[in-house]
Design a binder for this molecule. Structure first.
Ligand code: MG
Length: 161
């Protein structure tokens, strides 16, 4: 019998504001902007969290960590991802791989890619080879291109543990 596989998709958007540092992928990046949100606004970790929850059919990040709850104010998204991942593991799943795209006009992602992937695989306690990350700009067009928002997309593949 072939292994049972489930695909997950996560997407998130946060608005930018002047002044750094930028919390992205669980690390603080020197930048001239940061993201606004109820939690620490880590758009990439939110997308990954939703992809895992979606693949396991365990709801979404807004259900697990409502933005109306005081305990989620300024909350560390790494902790939220870890909590969600524990639920997914408890439901009998392990990660085959995660692939992500960050859509941001600035800062450039490439110099930070290794550190972000390392941090994500540390949070999830998985092999570094299992996480891919790409940065794309908005080609100076639209809200992304004007630097007003940063978005992230994450796909994951789970298999039965
Ligand atoms: Mg979010």
């Amino acid at each position: 019998m072939p292994p049972q596989l489930r695909i997950g998709l996560g997407h998130d958007t946060h608005r930018t504001a002047p002044g750094g540092p930028l919390r992205l992928g669980g690390i603080d990046i020197a930048a001239d902007l940061h993201l606004l949100g109820h939690s620490d606004a880590d758009v990439l970790l939110h997308a990954i969290t939703d992809s895992l929850l979606g693949a396991a059919n365990l709801g979404d990040i807004g259900e697990l960590f409502p933005d109306t709850a005081a305990e989620n104010l300024g909350r560390d998204s790494a902790e939220m991802l870890n909590t969600a991942w524990q639920r997914v593991q408890s439901a009998g799943w392990e990660i085959v791989n995660i692939d992500c795209v960050v859509l941001a006009e600035r800062p450039k992602l490439l110099p930070h890619r290794l550190a972000i992937c390392q941090r994500i695989t540390d949070i999830l306690n998985i092999d570094p080879q299992r996480v891919g990350l790409k940065g794309k700009t908005g080609e100076r067009s639209g809200e992304i291109g004007r630097g007003e928002i940063i978005q992230a997309i994450a796909n994951c593949l789970l298999q039965q543990a």
